[in-house]
Design a protein around this ligand. Structure first.
Ligand code: GDP
Ligand code: IMO
Ligand code: MG
Length: 428
């Protein structure tokens, strides 16, 4: 079957954008199914770097059909800026369509995101402050505004009025903050509506037509398994479903239409924001990885927390999404390391744990079980065949594969398209 899901297995920033861009060459359609502009996917093409937040990474192939599904939350001002930004760099965005069922991020969502973070104090989540959580909250409490509502000026005026009155009360009473002026927001958003109108479609309908016609579809996850609302390190998660199951709801297709699932795994672990991270390094090794890997957020510029590769996390991701193959990225960042550690499991109060702990208290107290492996201490960035990787690099990858119980499908040794080794064809 011609559809492939590419999703994150850790805490995000695994290099999903690079892998999607690589595989998109063979795809007819590329689809984002969840999240919003909390995502930051960096793609390097022909020496140029593109930082994408809402646009599917397939956009860099001129005219390719790129869908933003109903499960995504869209900040119209941000999307329009991004469209204009890539257009100014010569990219043809005529293949872009956005779901009429996607929810719209409003200015009060962004302010509430910030206000709620401040109110949480020491228990803050460390969100991207893009209004993602509050927008999904409105969707779930059935008062949200969808793209289809924004396209209808009369309907929009009505739902906006109800929402602004309620949110202004909330901002005043709960947070002692000034609210928003109805007319100003209405005018701003109706102007966006006219610019977005040409892109609006029933993307689920179109996607199913494409699938029925035998086209190849690539689904691009944002965030990652451990940030999944149900299965991640709750409450230090995002408000959507990055796991492969999220594709069905967020794009509007049936599970029988998913062919393969590719889990992107960074060759070590990083996390931005708060929450437990069992294999985190607080020493010079962590600093070395951060500096060599330029591990600073694409969206917020925050330094990323760095740690050893946690195969227990990857195994958990593999089970939750039925991952067929791993795409392992950033192996080259480890090129200088003398020795490496892989976490293959956890113990809690001296006992091995079978399940991935639901309790954050437990997760914060688990002891990682590490295996130490020798590094390869040579440059891998010019290597193009798996067999040509240093023996110790292959041992490292194969130990991960064994411990995570997932086959290796792709290995990446640099941000460029050509720095990619394919062990299994994903669209075969
Ligand atoms: P995403 O959010 O999962 O798409 O990942 P990000 O784009 O936030 O972070 C991954 C970063 O690593 C980007 O800057 C990519 O260009 C870069 N990248 C991807 N694969 C590789 C790789 O194999 N080696 C190196 N050195 N960089 C890579
Ligand atoms: P990509 O797609 C890494 C994190 C935030 C915070 C938590 C909740 O580039 O991998 P939110 O703003 O979503 O309510 O924040 O999730 N987070 C990410 N971390 N990569 C991302 O996206 C992320 N998107 C959200 O740092 O901890
Ligand atoms: Mg990112």
């Amino acid at each position: 079957m011609g559809s492939v899901v590419v999703m994150g297995t850790q805490w995000g920033d695994e290099g999903k954008g690079k892998i999607v861009d690589y595989l998109a060459e063979q795809a007819d359609v590329v689809v984002r199914y969840q999240g919003g502009n909390n995502a930051g996917h960096t793609v390097v093409v022909g020496g140029e770097e593109f930082k994408l937040h809402l646009l599917p990474s397939g956009i860099l192939y001129n005219g390719k059909t790129c869908l933003i599904g109903n499960g995504v939350v869209i900040d119209p001002g941000v999307l329009l800026k991004e469209i204009k930004g890539v257009q100014a760099r010569g990219i043809d965005t005529s293949g872009l369509k956005i779901s009429n069922r996607a929810h719209v991020i409003m200015p009060y969502h962004r302010l509430l995101d910030e206000a709620e973070e401040i109110a949480r104090g020491d228990f803050k989540i460390g969100t991207t402050k893009r209004g993602i959580g509050p927008c999904y909250m409105d969707k779930n409490s059935r008062c949200g505004i969808r793209i289809v509502d924004l396209m209808d000026a009369e309907e929009f005026a009505l739902v906006l009025k109800r929402n602004i009155e309620a949110k202004n009360r909330l901002l005043k009473c709960m947070y002692d903050m000034d609210g928003f002026d109805y007319e100003t927001v209405k005018a701003e958003y109706l102007a966006y509506a006219e610019q977005l109108r040409p892109y609006v479609a029933d993307t689920s309908y179109e996607l199913n037509e494409s699938i029925d016609a035998g086209e190849k579809v690539l689904f691009e996850g944002a965030q990652a398994t451990l940030l999944d609302l149900d299965h991640g390190t709750y409450p230090y998660v995002t408000s959507s479903h990055p796991i492969a199951g999220g594709v069905c709801v967020g794009a509007g297709i049936g599970p029988t239409k998913i062919g393969k699932v590719v889990g992107v795994v960074k060759a070590y672990t990083t996390r931005v924001g708060e929450g437990p991270f069992p294999s985190e390094l607080h020493d010079a090794v962590g600093d070395h990885i951060r500096e060599r890997g330029h591990e600073y957020g694409t969206t917020t510029g925050r330094p990323r927390r760095c740690g050893w590769l946690d195969a227990r996390v990857v195994r958990y991701a593999g089970k939750l999404s039925g991952i067929d193959y791993m795409a392992i990225t950033r192996l080259d960042i480890l090129d200088e390391m003398k020795t490496l550690k892989i976490c293959v499991g956890y113990t809690y109060k001296g006992q091995p744990l079978n399940e991935f702990p639901a309790s954050l208290k437990v997760l914060a107290e688990v002891e990682p079980v590490y295996e130490e492996l020798p590094g390869w201490q040579s440059d891998t960035t010019a290597i193009r065949r798996y067999e040509d990787l240093p023996l110790n690099a292959r041992r490292y990858l194969e130990r991960l594969s064994e411990a995570a119980e997932i086959k290796i499908g792709i290995v990446s040794v640099g941000p460029r398209r050509d720095q990619t080794m394919i062990l299994h064809e994903m669209f075969a």
